[in-house]
Design a protein around this ligand. Structure first.
Ligand code: AMP
Ligand code: MG
Length: 334
């Protein structure tokens, strides 16, 4: 008989429910995104959105997957890292569902899930992963039982940097067109490269000085917005590309995986593809529905963990706001 896992994602602005089979077939991946008028995430407002969206999203997932709640073998939820109120809402829903159905619960690390669904969706086996989203900027690879962090941001995430700039510029995000995509569109019409702070310290990156500088230039009004978008992208993307390339050269891995919401950006894709080629590595971008925060990745990682005997008793299912990628044992990877 086929076995199924339902996964709940709620680390930030998205509430999502995925259902996958134990063999790795994604049957449903329903995402309900919270968007505020002015952009940005207000954790408590987002959590309220999640609480309201939960019922409908779960229902839709079961309808799409064509299975019944009683068919589930295990329930997974994103246990961290993320925003407290958002994580707690998802965890509460997961606990209630698991207790009611009397099935085991598995707490999943959100960053591990991004990597695992990327491997499932693109068939890469042992990549250097560049994970760039609204909340994270991490270059990682597997080594000795864990995903090790080779480089990361010291302050804000790359996606957040693009989002705040867009907001300062008075841009609007629409359904299907997040701030990063709006910046990308304007950047494609940019011609002049304006000098901006480029900050790579060792293998770590900093985006806050860059953000301040580009916002200051914006307010001075001397440059076209298109040129500022272009310069911001070129500078920020070069930073993550440099760190990814060094991790690639150091580890001599043969695959590069690009994931997270910012992975949708064509310019970033071409920069990472170029360094992959130079090192004879295969380059893969995670398809959008699995690159954004989504429930399927939590469900799939739940399956991998559960198959290796990992379960999270309800009394230990408290959320972990700062649960680092490199603290998670991943016994399913060899
Ligand atoms: P996530 O945190 O994974 O849900 O991804 C959301 C982030 O991805 C936000 O910061 C978005 O602005 C960003 N994003 C989405 N599409 C693009 C794009 N085409 N270019 C750059 N950033 C993007
Ligand atoms: Mg999101």
């Amino acid at each position: 008989m086929e076995k199924y896992c339902l996964g709940i994602e709620s680390t930030a602005d998205d509430f999502s429910v995925g259902i996958v089979t134990f063999k790795g077939k994604v049957l449903a991946n329903i995402i309900s995104a919270y968007m505020s008028e002015e952009g940005g995430i207000h954790p408590r407002e987002a959590a309220r959105h999640h609480a309201i969206a939960a019922n409908k999203t779960i229902r839709e997932a079961f309808e799409k997957a064509q299975i019944k709640p009683q068919d589930l073998t295990v329930i997974a939820f994103s246990q961290g890292p993320g925003l407290g109120p958002c994580l707690r809402t998802g965890a509460t829903v997961a606990r209630a569902l698991a207790s009611y159905l009397d099935v085991p619960l598995v707490g999943v690390n959100h960053c591990v899930a991004h990597i695992e669904i990327g491997k499932l969706a693109t068939k890469v086996k042992d990549p250097i992963t560049l994970y760039v989203s609204g909340g994270n900027t991490i270059v990682s690879a597997f080594d000795s039982g864990r995903y090790r962090i080779f480089g990361e941001t010291l302050d804000i995430a790359l996606g957040n940097c693009l989002d705040v700039f867009a907001r300062e510029a008075g841009l609007r995000q629409r359904e299907g067109m997040p701030f990063g995509a709006v910046v990308e569109k304007l950047a494609s019409k940019g011609k002049k490269l304006v000098l901006l702070p480029y900050t790579v310290k060792g293998m770590d990156m900093s985006f806050s000085g860059l953000l301040t500088a580009v916002v200051n230039l914006l307010k001075r009004g001397e440059y076209r917005l298109e040129d500022l978008c272009y310069s911001l992208q070129e500078t920020a993307f070069s930073m993550v590309t440099e760190v990814t390339e060094r991790a690639l050269a150091h580890t001599e891995k043969k695959e590069v995986l690009l994931t997270g919401g910012v992975a949708a950006n064509r310019r970033l894709q071409s920069m990472i593809e170029a360094i992959a080629e130079e090192h004879d590595a295969k380059f893969q971008v995670v398809p959008k529905q699995f690159a954004l925060d989504n429930g399927a990745m939590i469900a799939w990682t739940g399956v991998l963990a559960y198959k290796h005997g990992i379960v999270t008793p309800i009394e230990k299912s408290f959320v972990k706001l700062r649960w680092r990628l490199d603290r998670v044992e991943v016994p399913w990877v060899k």
